[in-house]
Design a protein around this ligand. Structure first.
Ligand code: ADP
Ligand code: MG
Length: 200
């Protein structure tokens, strides 16, 4: 993995979330309260506003700063969870990670999200995308394959029954809709995979 252009990656992630905010909102309207698109857009715009300062830091500190900013700005249930993902990633990653370090750090970050959300795979949340992405990293999949795996994993939340978050209040009526947080996670995974693929 070659050097990562963090400022460019932050801009790309923020663009992706903004471009898909309406879709995320619509997904959250179906089985939640319809704020996920706006929550994510606000958070990633806040990160983008400080992209220069963040990307001047060593990668672990930059990721921790991004996590803290997301906790403060995204809101909802997803803010603390995405925030935890980046904070934990920042704690575990090295300044110049190779794939093995990235994979191990990502695994620890997923454990931190699961602990924070008291959630596990199969409950129709962002974890249902994060875990398959980690598996794909372990299996040595390419960046493009990983992006496709993330999309398929988000699609696979459609037939699931939500057991965590607001959607769980709907019980069986949550079945038949994609989880909004799974979709936003897949969008972010594609953006990161594209950027790492380019620099690989
Ligand atoms: P809120 O549900 O408070 O309105 P958002 O709409 O921003 O917050 O985010 C909802 C998303 O957060 C869900 O689609 C799901 O992916 C994720 N989520 C909610 N609760 C949990 C949890 N306990 N564990 C993991 N992910 C969760
Ligand atoms: Mg919501």
């Amino acid at each position: 993995m070659a050097a990562l252009n963090l400022a460019r990656l932050i801009a790309a992630a923020s663009d992706t979330i903004a471009a898909n905010a309406e879709e995320l909102t619509a997904l959250d309207q179906a089985i939640g309260d319809g704020d996920h698109g706006l929550n994510m857009k606000r958070g990633f715009e806040a990160v983008r506003a400080e992209a220069e300062a963040f990307s001047a830091k060593p990668l672990p500190d930059a990721l921790k700063a991004i996590g803290t900013k997301l906790v403060m700005t995204v809101g909802g249930a997803s803010g603390p969870l995405f925030g935890t993902l980046f904070l934990a990633l920042g704690k575990e990653i090295s300044a110049k990670p190779d794939r093995a370090n990235l994979t191990a750090a990502f695994g620890k970050a997923i454990e931190a999200v699961a602990a924070r959300g008291k959630s596990q795979i199969g409950q129709k949340t962002m974890l249902d995308v994060l875990q398959p992405v980690h598996d794909a990293l372990l299996q040595g999949k390419t960046a493009l394959e990983i992006a496709d795996i993330a999309d398929a994993a988000a699609d696979a939340t459609v037939p699931m029954k939500a057991l965590r978050g607001r959607a769980s209040f709907l019980g069986d009526r949550s079945i038949g809709h994609m989880d909004a947080g799974a979709r936003s996670t897949a969008l972010l995974v594609r953006t990161v995979a594209h950027s790492l693929g380019e620099s690989a």
